[in-house]
Design a protein around this ligand. Structure first.
Ligand code: INI
Length: 158
């Protein structure tokens, strides 16, 4: 039996972070958590690149460009979709998640997902460094684990 499992190794790993500016009270905290998670696991600060997108709806295109560039071993998407008076947020959140998954599958580069979808700002803040932990930090660990796992797995046939 052969088993593959990704380790949380940050040494030499190049990470692109796509971060939404919409609800930046929350996303700035997710970004701080993601940076912290990467650096604590040994990622060199100089190998972290951050790109700001207007909102969560734009994250897939930014993440896809980063992933397709060949310059990153993993990409992290950070956003906060908070319920509003209309169902606009549902379209934004759904398209964002689907697009980020597609960016990963189309490029073969892992895209870690830390786009919060909550009913209230308070719930979002809870998951961005308060009592619900920091989903940005968790996404950083996911990105490193996936980068390491994909490095171990057999390469796709060209
Ligand atoms: N963008 C977000 O990142 N979060 C939201 O909660 C949100 N809501 O609810 O409207 C949101 N909208 C903007 C959207 O992401 C696009 O930037 C905009 O529609 C322009 O394309």
């Amino acid at each position: 039996m052969t088993t593959y499992a990704g380790m949380l190794r940050g040494d030499g790993v190049r990470v692109g972070i796509a971060c939404a500016r919409f609800n930046d009270l929350v996303t700035e905290r997710l970004l701080a958590g993601a940076r912290d998670g990467l650096v604590r696991h040994g990622v060199d600060q100089s190998l972290i690149v951050v790109a700001w997108a207007p909102g969560a709806f734009e994250l897939p295109l930014v993440a896809q460009r980063m992933a397709a560039s060949g310059e990153f071993d993993a990409v992290i998407a950070l956003g906060a979709v908070i319920r509003g008076a209309t169902d606009h947020h549902e379209h934004v959140g759904g398209q964002c998640a689907a697009g980020l998954q597609r960016a990963a599958l189309d490029t073969g580069v892992p895209v870690a997902f830390a786009v919060l979808t909550t009913d209230t700002l308070e719930q979002a803040l809870e998951r961005a460094g308060a009592k619900g932990g920091n989903k940005g930090y968790e996404a950083a660990e996911t990105a490193l684990e996936m980068a390491d796992l994909l490095g171990q797995l057999p390469k796709a046939r060209s």
